[in-house]
Design a binder for this molecule. Sequence first.
Ligand SMILES: [Zn+2]
Ligand SMILES: [Zn+2]
Length: 262
Amino acid sequence: MKYCAIASGSNGNCYYVAKGEDAVLIDVGINTKHIELRMGNLGIDPSRIKAVFITHEHSDHIRGLSVFCKRYQIPVYWTAGTCQGSRLHLPAHLVHIIAANARINIGEISVLGIPKFHDAKEPCSFVVTDGSTNVSIMTDLGRGCDNVKHVIQHSDVLLLESNYDEEMLEGGRYSYYLKNRIRSGWGHISNKTSLELFLQYRSSRLKHLILGHLSEQNNTVELVEQIFLPHCDHIKFSIATRYQETDMFYLEDILQLRQIGA
Ligand SMILES: [Zn+2]
Ligand SMILES: [Zn+2]
């Protein structure tokens, strides 16, 4: 399997996972021009994307959806609540309404919906699997609920939200209302919560940890690296940012690195 973050952060999210000819996107939260540019850098042909899965209707997850899926005629899978909340009117033949805990097969891969706590109508995260390897994209997590813990335990590749530093949020210039929204249990998880979840629920099968959906105001790449890197001795560690796409990661390469102990 191969995967990458095309964009990650509180201003736009788009993730790519593929096996052979079967490629899917999770969220289309940056505009189509930027997606095309970044896909060009990664060697991804947008017309070969077989399906788009949308986690929830916040603009940082759907901003580019309408133009992108119409331009390339790509089917969109989302819950009834997300569809309604998006207020987008996509061509009916491209819309697939799914349950928040659905399992959808796209060729050789399956995409599993993972219901979550977040202040949206019917949000879910997604795990993409080929039956033996699980690539989990876990952002916009209000809290580390049982579903989140279960997914971490069964992930080979885990992209986990590490949204904010608690002190930066507290001392920052967000309104009292917004601060409380973020940490209410229906917003986002902090670096501290993310680290605790990772340390407590990671299993020996985990090969690659990617931190993502960092807040622009209340977090920094350096801080996240400082917090997590000391705990990532035997796994690959990356941070997905808003500024540019990550590399394209090939699971086979990461497995080889582990075998030779690099
Ligand atoms: Zn978001
Ligand atoms: Zn959100």
